[in-house]
Design a protein around this ligand. Structure first.
Ligand code: ADP
Ligand code: MG
Length: 249
């Protein structure tokens, strides 16, 4: 007998609120992401997209509401939080690699320190991941010796090394030179095809059209609308979304 878990949300954000002083940056956010689903979050700058990403792995506290990862409620702190956080891989706009560690060490550090994986196994897994993102030959180098696109692919490999259940990307190509954007998006498209559950904040509408199962549009701390990409791009419902899309063209 097989157990169908496909309908269970892997990430569940329920009635989440957050203020920065007077600014109500997350206003009663509700979002469910199913296993294997790719959700692209778009919206104007300042709408709360990054805050939402950070809330999902508790780099940010929330006021009220609950967040569940694979059915388990994220606690405020402690060992259980560290365990659940390991299920959520995060890739930021700035690659945040450890500057004084080699590419290989950047990828093995988490599994060795956090998961207690032995060095040989961690290195073997890391090399396979670096191969997958096309930078295996750079393994002994330091981050500064790599291009931005290569560093971002290492950051993806580093996140994958923790065997996360879901990957969060916060504008992963925004800091890259244009010619390097596609090499990073290609890795993300591949990851999506392989069935990874993904939440991706991006301004790359081509990626959204190609890889997203659902587009979530945020403005002013709210999820204003969500739809399948072809629906959203051809027939946005809200005036905010219409306005946002018209400015992209
Ligand atoms: P987005 O990622 O959609 O551009 P953010 O989540 O980064 O939006 O920010 C949403 C709003 O919250 C913005 O107005 C921003 O200036 C504000 N903000 C973000 N982080 C902080 C912070 N640490 N302290 C105060 N205000 C913040
Ligand atoms: Mg942001």
């Amino acid at each position: 007998m097989t157990t169908d878990t496909s309908a269970r949300p892997l990430v569940s954000v329920k009635d989440v609120n957050k203020h920065y002083g007077q600014l109500h940056v997350l206003q009663n956010i509700n979002l469910e992401v199913n296993k294997g689903e790719v959700v692209v979050v778009i919206g104007p700058s300042g709408s709360g997209k990054s805050t939402l990403c950070r809330a999902i792995n508790r780099l940010e506290t929330i006021e009220g509401g609950e967040i569940f990862i694979d059915g388990k409620k994220l606690p405020e702190e402690g060992k259980e939080l560290a365990r659940l956080r390991a299920d959520v891989g995060m890739v930021f706009q700035s690659f945040n690699l450890f500057a004084h560690k080699t590419i290989l060490e950047n990828v093995t550090l988490g599994p060795i320190k956090v998961k207690g994986v032995d060095k040989a196994t961690a290195e073997k897994d890391a090399m396979a991941l670096l191969e997958r993102v096309g930078v295996a030959h750079q393994a002994p180098k330091l981050p500064a010796q790599l291009s931005g696109g290569q560093q971002q692919r290492v950051a993806i490999a580093r996140a994958l090394a923790m065997k996360p259940k879901v990957m969060l990307f916060d504008e992963p190509t925004s800091a890259l030179d244009p010619e390097m954007i596609n090499e990073v998006l290609d890795v993300m498209v591949q990851l999506a095809k392989e069935g990874m559950t993904m939440i991706v904040v991006t301004h790359e509408m081509g990626f959204a059209r190609k890889a997203a199962d659902r587009v979530v549009f945020m403005a002013d701390g709210q999820i204003v609308e969500q739809a399948k990409p072809e629906e959203f791009f051809t027939n946005p419902q809200s005036s905010r979304a219409k306005d946002f899309l018209s400015k992209l063209l």
